[in-house]
Design a protein around this ligand. Structure first.
Ligand code: MEV
Length: 295
């Protein structure tokens, strides 16, 4: 994880974890369950009133997101080892890190998970439009989570015991715009509702076979096919999924909103896939599940 260095006096810091959706993205927006796991990559935000605030450059939504949490005179430094806009929860990790850093700057005791969730969701909405909340929940709580937000109700989340999975992430190098992809999926309903129902059922089934890697891998493969069906995969992502299966992965799927971003592969041994990816010039790295955060 990132090591942003020594904390200057008067500065405050917060961290948010990255995540991978194991099963259930997009369907989770419509009340179906999904499983997501926090990973050993994160974003750290350092806030200071003493340094003067340099202008924030880059992605226009970033300035808008920061303005939801910090005053204009607060300097913001962001350190991250998460690939941005690739389905690994970079915006949720930023939101959670910002909220925690802001509480620390105000001298508040560290806010609990529910408070972090409430405060971070408006920031996440700046990037994602209509997020289900799964990314923020996992980023702030760590571990493996079954998440469900029935329409018009508060989300329910359950921590599941996270097995010692070996996960390889293959990066397409392309950015997927979650807000746009969620809107595209919405526009294809109700024609794709049967596929969304099947994704939800599959996420439930996956929760029952977390230790059975061949069975779980087969479900990941099925989930990828259904994500193709709802139109969020790309030829590059499909090729990365095939690459992972050629290297002997139990299963592989796009992870996150799609339209670019990453593929996750569940493997017995990361080396063959990492070697094959290097041979083909594909950026790849191993990700380990991050444990549940202390409450
Ligand atoms: C993004 O990680 C997961 C989506 O289902 C959007 C969301 O649930 O907010 C695509």
């Amino acid at each position: 994880m990132t090591e942003p260095g020594r904390l200057e006096p008067g500065a405050a810091r917060g961290r948010g974890l990255g995540k991978l959706v194991l099963c259930g993205e997009h369907a989770v927006v419509y009340g179906h369950p999904a499983l997501a796991v926090a990973v050993d990559r994160c974003t750290t935000v350092t806030l200071s009133r003493d340094l003067g605030a340099p202008p924030v450059e880059g992605e226009p939504r970033l300035a808008e997101a920061l303005s939801r949490v910090v005053e204009p005179d607060v300097a913001v430094r962001i350190d991250s080892d998460l690939p941005i806009g690739r389905g690994m929860g970079s915006s949720a990790a930023l939101a959670v890190a910002l909220v925690r850093a802001r509480a620390a700057l105000q001298g508040e005791p560290p806010p609990g998970a529910e408070v972090v969730f409430e405060r971070a969701m408006p920031v996440e909405r700046v990037f994602h439009g209509n997020p289900s909340g799964i990314d923020v929940a996992v980023s702030s709580r760590g571990g493996l989570i079954r998440y469900q937000r029935p329409p018009g109700r508060s989300p329910t989340l359950t921590h599941l015991p996270a097995p010692r999975w070996r996960i390889v992430v293959l990066d397409s190098g392309q950015v997927g715009d979650t807000a746009e992809l969620v809107a595209q999926v919405a526009s294809r309903r109700p024609g794709i509702d049967d596929a969304l129902d099947r994704i939800g059922a599959l996420a439930d089934h996956a929760g029952d076979c977390l230790d059975d890697l061949p069975a779980l891998g087969a479900l990941l493969n099925d989930n990828h096919e259904l994500l193709r069906r709802i139109g969020v995969s790309t030829p590059d992502l499909d090729a990365l999924v095939r690459l992972a299966r050629d290297a002997g992965a139990y299963g592989a799927k796009l992870a996150g909103a799609g339209g670019g971003g990453v593929v996750l592969a569940l493997v017995a041994d990361p080396e063959p896939l990492l070697r094959l990816a290097a041979d083909r010039g594909v950026a790849a790295f191993e990700c380990r599940p991050a444990p549940e955060e202390p409450r």
